[in-house]
Design a protein around this ligand. Sequence first.
Ligand SMILES: Nc1ncnc2c1ncn2[C@@H]1O[C@H](COP(=O)(O)OP(=O)(O)O)[C@@H](O)[C@H]1O
Ligand SMILES: [Mg+2]
Length: 412
Amino acid sequence: MSGQKTSRRVRIFKNRDYLSSKIIPEELPHREKEFNQIWENFEYILEGSTPSNLIIFGPTGSGKTVTVKKVLESIKREAEAEGIDVPIGYAVAERTEMMTLVSICEDLGIGVPKTGLSFYEVKKRLLEHLSGRKAIIVVDEVDKLILQNKGIDLLYFLTRDPNICVVGISNVVTLLDNLIDKRVKSSWNPRKIVFDPYNADQMFDILKYRANKAFYEGVVGDEVLRYVSAIAVQRGGDTRYALDLLMMAGDLAKRSGEERVNINHVKKAIDELEVGFLVKTVKSLSNPEKALLFVITEAKRNGKYLSPEVAYTLANVVLSNISNQTLSHRRWSDYRGSLELLGYIGLFREGLGRGKGWHHYIKLNDTIDAYVVYKTLEEDFMSYMGTEEYHVMLRNVLNGIARSARKWQLKL
Ligand SMILES: Nc1ncnc2c1ncn2[C@@H]1O[C@H](COP(=O)(O)OP(=O)(O)O)[C@@H](O)[C@H]1O
Ligand SMILES: [Mg+2]
């Protein structure tokens, strides 16, 4: 009996890994130009010169990481073939510059303990390891280090060294305007390479290529790939999202015992990913971001908008409960900025009448599911405090929302 079941098992995936970001595919359709641009620059290291510093911009899922990694791989291969020793370090920026530096060291194969060493000491070990050789160091998602001015020492240290080619990758195109430190600005001075978002035809080609490797023949038709491409392009050309959708749609088809992936599987996958994605990203926010988002979400759930000042005051009520601190309105406005950047909230204004100026309000973006955010934060907050404390806090916040909305005579 069980043998029969196995033989009837639906065969959907040939190699499911081909839909994940873990593998670097052999080909990168529609990124040949960018690949060559980066390769031509890095190639100088094989001639014994330091390649130009780079900053690589492009929206999420436009292939920045995979393209750079592929160029690095091929430089390594080339260097090996020519018997040249080229240290190459790649790291995704971490919460602090110390963690980022440690991560770079680890990638270079330098053993450093996670804690216990000073920044200075780790820097010294890195320089000892490089010992004057030409090197390439890539910091992915470098905006994490620049936007809150947290990575200046690290960037200065790396860029000041004439033997290190420093490459940043980011989806924040205005990043260099945010780099206020003059020293870093002039010592880094990177060349810009921009990855444009994929259009629907390009996305289709990419998905077709990946799907051919991932699924058995005939499992995913072109109409499904066209559909997924269109959705992903609406989302700013995010290939990762497209691949996630295909994987989830394949899982759903398999679960229901069907032999082909159809559009309905994709539609279900969209719903499943939406919630999962939101929960994951909300959980990864900092405490102040969570506190502010919570207040704005609760306002929305009660049909109201808050001015920034009231939102900050109420966010302090939440923050003091989860981490025993409060922040100035100035600091809060930075966190408001980062929530805006992440697409959770927006600021809008309402005229007070001719020549009388404006009221500003913060609102949760319509694309964000308020209920999911609320449930996620509620669960998260309850892990910091008791249920009873949580409800006291919630009541205070709700009272605050009701009070201030009345005061401003908002149209509800
Ligand atoms: N041109 C392409 N061909 C094949 N796969 C691609 C291409 N561009 C992106 N991908 C895949 O899409 C996903 C997201 O790409 P990634 O490089 O992580 O994007 P970014 O770093 O710009 O956010 C990865 O799984 C990557 O392999
Ligand atoms: Mg990336």
